[in-house]
Write a protein that binds this ligand. Structure first.
Ligand code: SAH
Ligand code: SF4
Ligand code: F3S
Length: 474
């Protein structure tokens, strides 16, 4: 058993990161464990978790399990958790209630918890004391060990907890079963060293560690060869890519090399405003296959709050960067993340946030009420607001955000835009996909167009999506 430790998770040493690029092999004795059995996996959280689940699926399939989308049919149920906000706690324990019910009628079902909540001391304590029937708990650093953890728990019929609070290594060659045949997530770096005062990610994901350029390019080249049309480069701070490698190679070099593979669309998330430099902007402008879409989290418009958050930029610096991106990158869409009710946030601070939203008129924004995360510095700061005030701020912010989101969509009416048709839409006879600028479009089109980038004329604007028809013009 290995339990998480918050104290350990904070440590950032000077040792070089190990890149482990041995072939991934599962011992023969484990290859048939899942024969005739099914797995069900539920994923919460960001794209990194979604991509981790793609790894978990491939590992389980290497053990001969096959996927079921129906939890009731599963022999193994895995919950890949997110710890970013407190409500994750309720979601997870609510879900466990349902699994317990299934286990009562079939005790052979295996239940596993992984992801960022598994890295939290308080959560694992609770699983250990009150949820002894949960069979396996593993963290974000040892997904590749899943077959061993699973086998151990099956053989010894005890709760197997293997969570490491380490800075982490980089594992190449972990198998992956991608959810889409057309667009793929590609990790370019793991972890985070920014330690924004409210955020748990640096504790759950370890230190910032970039993959080597050659490994990323090789992955993208293979995806392109396999017919993929789009890659999204993933990291908590993609602009800081390469800073931890002792080589003269930065995010703009990587963007360029990925663009040069010839893949149709290159995206990247998330950009921290702090590391966004001119060279990167020039590269985005230079290569038409780098999409004109940037997610640029603001968090707050008040300099005082930004400082308390440890974000290392001011309102003015944010707006300057925003304007530069808008003026240099043609038709660039910019979205953001905003937290309201950070400890000590006053009405004036909040109004400054509204001010920035009114200035930037974002294409869209994810908005959150500050949530206390155990072990982070902000959890100890004074909570000065009532629930009512917090909700009112979120509501007022959303009103403004939605107004601009709608306005930015309106500009698309009757325009012809490129859409990668990636899946069936919920609407009969329609496919769905995204524009270069990441707008969701439902397109009336035959299924033969799945996986293609087509010209679409936008015929109707809705709040969160648009409708369109295939355009004759190519
Ligand atoms: N690495 C990204 C953010 C990843 S987390 C960045 O720095 O931009 C996604 C979003 O969750 C954050 O941008 C923030 O808005 C929100 N978030 C993170 N911690 C939070 C907390 N404790 N309470 C409320 N929202 C939080
Ligand atoms: Fe969290 Fe800040 Fe790192 Fe983003 S940059 S993951 S908000 S600590
Ligand atoms: Fe959540 Fe972990 Fe991502 S906390 S947002 S799943 S890095």
């Amino acid at each position: 058993m290995n339990l998480p430790s918050l104290k350990q998770a904070k440590i950032r040493g000077k040792e070089d990161i190990k890149i482990i690029d041995n072939d991934y092999v599962i011992p023969n004795s484990m290859k048939l464990i899942g024969k005739g059995k099914h797995y069900f996996i539920k994923t919460y959280g960001c794209q990194m978790n979604v991509h981790d689940s793609e790894n978990i699926k491939a590992i389980l399939e290497d053990m001969s399990y096959s996927e079921t989308l129906n939890m009731e049919d599963a022999d193994i149920i895995i919950l890949n958790t997110c710890a970013i906000r407190e409500n994750a706690h309720n979601k997870m324990f609510g879900f466990l209630g349902r699994v317990k019910h299934l286990k009562e009628s079939n005790p052979n079902i295996i239940c596993g918890i992984c992801g960022c909540m598994a890295q939290e001391e308080v959560i694992v304590d609770e699983l250990k004391s009150k949820y002894k029937w949960v069979d396996i708990v593993f963290g974000t650093h040892n997904i590749h060990k899943l077959p061993f953890i699973l086998k151990e728990s099956m053989e010894n019929k005890h709760q197997e907890i293997e969570v490491y609070s380490i800075e982490g290594d980089v594992y190449e060659n972990i198998p992956v079963k991608r959810d889409s045949k057309y667009k793929a997530w590609v990790n370019i770096m793991y972890g985070c060293d920014k330690f924004c005062t409210y955020c748990i990610v640096p504790y759950t994901r370890g230190k910032q560690r970039s993959r080597l350029p050659k490994d990323i390019i090789r992955e993208v080249e293979k995806l392109y060869k396999d017919g993929y049309k789009e890659v999204t480069l993933l990291g908590q701070n993609v602009n800081a890519y390469g800073k931890d490698l002792n080589i003269d190679y930065t995010m703009s070099d990587l963007l360029k090399d990925v663009a040069l593979t010839g893949i149709d669309r290159v995206r990247f998330i998330t950009s921290h405003p702090w590391d966004f430099n001119d060279k990167m902007i020039d590269t985005i402008c230079e290569y038409p296959n780098i999409m004109p879409y940037i997610h640029l989290p603001l968090q707050s418009g008040s300099d005082r709050i930004l400082k308390l958050m440890g974000r290392r930029y001011t309102k003015e610096e944010y707006i300057t960067l925003f304007n530069k991106l808008k003026s240099k990158i043609k038709n660039c869409a910019i979205t953001t993340d905003i937290i309201v009710a950070f400890p000590t946030e006053s009405e004036e601070d909040f109004n400054e946030t509204l001010d920035v939203v009114n200035t930037c008129k974002f294409d869209s924004a994810f908005t959150f009420i500050f949530s206390k995360r155990a072990g982070t510095p902000a959890a100890l700061m004074e909570d000065n607001l009532t629930e009512e005030e917090k909700n009112s701020r979120l509501y007022r912010l959303n009103e403004v955000v939605n107004k601009y989101a709608n306005l930015s969509n309106q500009r698309y009416l009757n325009k012809t835009v490129k859409v990668l048709l990636e899946d069936y839409s919920d609407k009969e006879g329609y496919l769905m996909g995204y524009t270069d600028t990441m707008k969701l479009v439902n397109v009336k089109a035959d299924k033969k167009y799945l996986g293609e980038i087509v010209d679409v004329k936008i015929t109707m604007i809705k709040t969160w999506s648009m409708d369109g028809i295939l355009s004759k013009k190519v």
